[in-house]
Ligand binder design. Structure first.
Ligand code: PEP
Ligand code: MN
Length: 337
């Protein structure tokens, strides 16, 4: 962090700032130019509140020099992280497609969809058993019964399971069944939950909050990494904007920005970004073209009867067609599926 003093700052003002920094146990490095003085600060800044310095007389600006995220930063870790989920590698050359229903609804439903997406080329199965619904009167998920069905269908198909965890208290149960812990968009900044999954041995799919900046998403990933879990995948799933035609706005820029800033794999969720099945294909292809390492797509055998997110779910035959197009775009950007 550096403190830039005003042009007319007096020596006394400079000394007061310097003393205050040193009182916090930090070292100062002064650079006294012809026009102004800049005070560089090094050391543990966890107790430093930038705003407190802005209020001091003679201070013009306070600027962080390093990125606020460290473990997630590519500066710190230049090589791509590859997250291995039971042999399925996310972040390598191959683009991974995770597919399945929004919610697990019944044995027939999850088995039929799992077989269909596997047949089409998906290598992981998604399905929620604990659902974050806007209304308390909407279907809340099958809970443990849903998790048991997911574990059974994994046994039958070999597809690893991605499922959402909403509360630290549910984690021990979900860990018994899941292969990837999904943190939903409504929980991106639930720090107690981030710490809890940070202590887990299972990989985490961290979704971007609908009102989170890219930096906030990376700070959330930093929590998980700082608590000891290195296997984090970041997911762009659309953010809220003034546009109302789609459920959210797919921030396609987030993909190359994240690839620049971090070594963690990037996943695109075109389903929640669009809210309409007819737009899911273009979002998927755009995600792959932009450099995503994986896609997570909602598929339902009877979308018109789905208990959640039917409007954005692809029917299995459309998903199979999309997989062919994904292969084409992947090849064009030097990847495979
Ligand atoms: C989901 O994946 O079904 C879901 C609820 O996603 P999000 O948290 O991105 O809304
Ligand atoms: Mn959903």
């Amino acid at each position: 962090m550096i403190i830039i003093m005003k042009m007319n700052a007096t020596q006394e003002q400079i000394d007061t700032v310097k003393t205050r920094v040193e009182e916090l146990g930090l070292e100062t490095h002064l650079s006294s130019g012809e026009e102004r003085t800049i005070i560089g600060i090094v050391g543990d800044k966890s107790r430093v509140v930038e705003d407190n310095f802005i209020r001091m007389t003679g201070v013009e600006r306070v600027m962080p020099v390093s990125r606020p995220f460290k473990l997630a930063s590519r500066d710190f870790h230049p090589k791509n992280t590859i997250v291995n989920v039971k042999g399925v590698e996310v972040g390598g050359e191959q683009i991974v497609v995770m597919a399945g229903p929004c919610s697990v609804e019944s044995r027939e439903q999850i088995f039929e969809i799992a077989h269909a997406v596997k047949e089409a080329g998906a290598t992981m199965l998604r399905g929620g058993a604990f659902k974050p619904r806007t209304s308390p009167y909407s279907f809340q998920g099958m809970g443990e019964e849903g998790l048991k069905l997911l574990a059974e269908v994994r046994e039958a198909t070999g597809l690893p399971i991605v499922t959402e965890v909403m509360a630290p208290a549910d984690l021990p149960l979900i860990e018994q069944y899941a292969d990837v812990l999904q943190i939903g968009a409504r929980n991106t900044q639930n720090y107690a939950l981030l710490k809890a999954v940070g202590r887990s041995r299972l990989p985490v799919l961290l979704k971007r909050g609908m009102m989170s900046t890219i930096e906030e998403l990376l700070m959330s990933a930093e929590y998980i990494l700082a608590y000891g879990n290195e296997n984090v995948m970041l997911c762009e799933r659309g953010i809220r904007t003034f546009e109302t035609y789609t459920r959210n706005t797919l921030d396609i820029n987030a993909v190359p920005v994240l690839k620049e800033l971090t070594h963690l794999p990037v996943v695109v969720d075109p389903s929640h970004a669009a809210g309409k099945w007819s737009l899911v294909g273009s979002g998927s292809l755009a995600g792959v073209a932009a450099g995503a390492d994986a896609l997570i797509i909602e598929v339902h055998n009877h979308p018109e009867r789905a208990v959640s997110d039917g409007a954005q779910s692809l029917k299995p035959h459309r998903f199979a067609e999309l997989m062919q197009q994904i292969k084409g775009v992947a090849a064009a950007v030097g990847r495979n599926v």
